[in-house]
Ligand binder design. Structure first.
Ligand code: NAD
Length: 354
């Protein structure tokens, strides 16, 4: 028997094709009048288009969102909030833009409308990571959980195949670790397995045919579920390793998740037979770690930390940092096995259950 506690997170989700056109009604329904629209410099044109569709409800636009939510960017955005007297934010983009909306909400409690365009899943979590002077701090607070999330599949059609693959694998990592989380529960496990199935099916199609609406819809649906997994239960070794590797060697977020996931799961596989069975079933395979590795191969996604720019000398350092502070994992953290895992991920070798 597995005893559990289930905590439902509040939030409204609108999912479909063309759903961004419902934003105006959603903002009005929430009683807001002056939205500050957020985006990255790369997605400024899409944000401007969205602003035009809002008419007078669009009070201003701030398109300087950046990876890892730098505090200086947030401070500039807060100036803009004041200047245009915004009473809500609209974030159109990936985790970086969502992060900026969350950082504003943390300081002002302004309601957030989020329109995600990647598979990162941040929109479904009460988690915010911010960087200041090169250091990243992460906290969990309901203050940053977005009130309304509008998934518009059409907006994901432009996500480049490479980014779709790694963003999708990053999402799968949330579901994989939810399956063996210390505070796992049956609802999240159902969602996690379904999420892996949907993304595992959709991502290879997207890489071959990025405009395939059916596959894009499947992937975004899977990403939504993965975001809920990340927001609802704790993560373990895989997320810890990616945090250490990303922070120590400035490696790209989604790519690092993609490379590490099969190896991290191989480490935990024997300690989590139910998770292994669910993952293999979802991916239509027999060995979860190898199935994940094969999936990244099918997507032509990066498979080695070396290719992401990590120096070989970093393997020992990463192993030291990864075992320094204790954290929960289904299998105890053993330094030598962790070192070997990182070494295999660095070289791009097949994952090994050790
Ligand atoms: P991102 O938001 O940085 O986007 C990457 C690039 O792709 C940007 O230039 C963006 O403008 C562009 N882009 C996004 N969607 C596009 C589309 N549909 N078409 C064309 N271009 C598009 O990347 P991400 O992986 O979504 O987010 C990563 C960030 O999110 C990291 O900082 C990570 O720490 C954070 N994150 C936070 C949580 C959380 O719960 N707090 C969860 C996941 C990720």
């Amino acid at each position: 028997m597995h005893s559990f506690v289930y905590n439902g997170l509040p939030g409204r989700v609108v999912f479909g094709s063309g759903t961004r056109r419902q934003l105006k009604a959603e903002i009005e329904q929430a009683g807001c009048r002056r939205a500050l629209l957020l985006g990255t410099p790369e997605q400024k044109a899409s944000v401007e288009e969205l602003a035009a569709s809002l008419g007078e409800l669009a009070a201003g636009l701030f398109a300087e969102a950046a990876m890892h939510t730098p505090v200086d960017v947030t401070e500039r955005a807060l100036q803009k909030v004041k200047e245009v007297q915004a009473d809500c934010t609209v974030a159109l983009g990936g985790g970086s833009t969502t992060g900026l909306g969350k950082a504003i909400a943390l300081r002002t409690d302004l309601p957030q409308f989020v329109i995600p365009t990647t598979y990162a899943g941040s929109e479904m979590t009460p988690i915010i990571g911010e960087t200041k002077d090169g250091a990243k701090t992460t906290q969990r607070t309901l203050k940053v959980l977005p009130e309304v999330v509008i998934y518009d599949v059409d907006l994901t059609l432009t996500l480049p195949p490479k980014l779709s693959a790694t963003s999708g694998m990053n999402a799968i990592a949330h579901a994989v670790e939810a399956l063996y989380a210390q505070d796992r529960n049956p609802v999240m496990s159902l969602m996690a397995e379904e999420a892996i199935r949907a993304l595992g099916r959709a991502l290879p199609v997207i890489v071959a045919d990025p405009k395939n609406l059916e596959a894009r819809s499947d992937a975004l649906y899977g990403a939504w579920l993965c975001g809920m997994c990340l927001g609802s239960v704790g993560m373990a070794l895989h997320h810890k390793l990616c945090h250490v590797l990303g922070g120590s060697f400035d490696l790209p977020h989604a790519e690092t998740h993609t490379v590490v996931l099969p190896h991290a799961f191989a480490y935990n596989a024997a300690a989590t037979p139910e998770a292994a069975e669910r993952i293999a079933r979802a991916l239509g395979g027999k060995n979860a770690a190898l199935d994940l590795f094969e999936l990244s191969g099918k997507l032509d996604a990066p498979r080695s930390l070396k290719d992401l720019g990590m120096p070989e000398a970093g393997i020992e350092k990463a192993a030291d940092i990864a075992v320094r502070n204790p954290y929960w994992n289904p299998r105890p953290i053993e330094r030598n096995a962790i070192r070997d895992l990182i070494a295999r991920a660095w070289a791009g070798e097949t994952p090994v259950q050790s």
